[in-house]
Write a protein that binds this ligand. Structure first.
Ligand code: GLV
Length: 355
């Protein structure tokens, strides 16, 4: 078996195992993929300022998100169509997340229902990632199903009024197989194989701040707003009752040319000012990336591609191992920074690199 010491090892193996279309869809970004590259590059623009002689004999990476205890500040991000990567799809991811002691957000384009996932991983903290369809009846049913299955939050993704141009997918002619189960979308999509842009064209681009209240009351769940990149929208999110915001550019898959999420995190965290929780996603490959995000104001990060690489390579076991690698790397980073828990990380632990 090839050595798997890092997320990068899983990334390489996943590329070897997946079909070109599956890999393009999972790994690719939009346009020139500038933002995709920036998300990763930004982590190298911040360096650590470690403190010494801090008694780091006991270290815990545990924290809470929206009051739910988790063993590490890494929640599995929503990733669509997971049966493309493993026959058990989201159920395998859920079991891997539960084994690692963390939670998972489930895509609207999930290939398993919230009930199936809850049955596969009892006790898992599950969040419902919501896209609002033009047919609001479909969205109402989705929210009702999520609440009934015990989801603890709705993650409303707000950066996708239409899908961006993903040239990698188009070059290889990637299409979603018509027999892929899509419990929250198939009824409105029908059976024809389609590319993701066709499926996303059924989402409602008229969604606005006014809909937040409707979504919160319909699901009876706290709302996490995913896709906030400015202080202005962070302020609006808090005003409209969001329980948390995710500083996210959709993994470099939507508006190419927006900043790396790590670079806008301080602006958003300052604007929120502790009135809601702040999370970050985009480019997480190392425990040190998690530490930098936490130092710059995130309570936790969401990781999408990293666990998906694990899923593609080794199913549940791969997801668990990827999360364990991030856990172990974060533990080491905390220790060497002079911190015994995520809460002790502050902006004083990082600085902009000078070169
Ligand atoms: C789904 O949300 C995607 O980015 O393709």
């Amino acid at each position: 078996m090839s050595v798997r010491l890092s997320v990068a090892d899983y990334e390489r193996l996943a590329e070897e195992r997946l079909e070109p279309g599956q890999w393009a869809y999972l790994a690719g970004g939009s346009g020139d993929e500038w933002t995709l590259r920036e998300n990763s590059a930004a982590f190298a623009r911040w360096t650590f300022r470690p403190r010494v002689l801090c008694d780091v004999s006991e270290i815990s990476t545990a924290t809470t998100v929206l009051g739910t205890p988790i063993e590490l500040p890494v929640v599995v991000a929503p990733v669509a169509y997971q049966q493309l990567y493993h026959p058990d799809g989201e159920c395998a991811t859920a079991r891997g997340a539960a084994a690692a002691g963390t939670g998972m957000a489930v895509s609207t384009f999930s290939t398993r229902s919230h009930e199936e996932i809850a049955a596969a991983a009892p006790g898992l903290a599950q969040w419902c990632k919501l896209y609002v369809f033009q047919d609001r009846g479909v969205t109402r049913e989705h929210l009702a199903g999520a609440a009934a299955a015990g989801c603890r939050a709705v993650v409303l993704t707000v950066d996708t009024p239409r899908l961006a141009q993903r040239e990698r997918d188009l070059r290889v002619g990637f299409e979603i197989p018509s027999d892929l189960p899509l419990p929250y979308a198939r009824a409105t999509i029908g059976d024809a194989p389609q590319n993701p842009a066709d499926q996303f064209a059924l989402l409602d681009p008229s969604v606005s701040w006014r809909d937040l209240e409707w979504i919160a009351s319909e699901g009876g769940l706290p709302v996490v707003l995913k896709g906030v990149l400015t202080a202005e929208d962070a302020e609006m999110a808090v005003e409209h009752g969001a329980a948390a915001v995710v500083v996210s550019n959709h993994g470099g898959r939507q508006l190419d040319g927006v900043s790396a999420t790590l670079d806008v995190l301080p602006e958003v965290a300052d604007a929120v000012g502790g009135r809601a929780e702040v999370y970050l996603d985009g480019g997480i490959r190392r425990g040190t990336d998690v530490a930098k995000a936490l130092a710059l104001g995130a309570r936790a990060v969401l990781a999408g591609r990293a666990p998906a690489f694990g899923l593609a390579v080794a199913g549940e076991e791969g997801v668990r191992h990827v999360l364990e690698l991030l856990h172990d790397e974060l533990t080491l980073a905390l220790c060497l920074l002079g911190c015994t828990s995520p809460d002790e990380l502050t902006r004083a632990h990082v600085q902009r690199a000078t070169t």
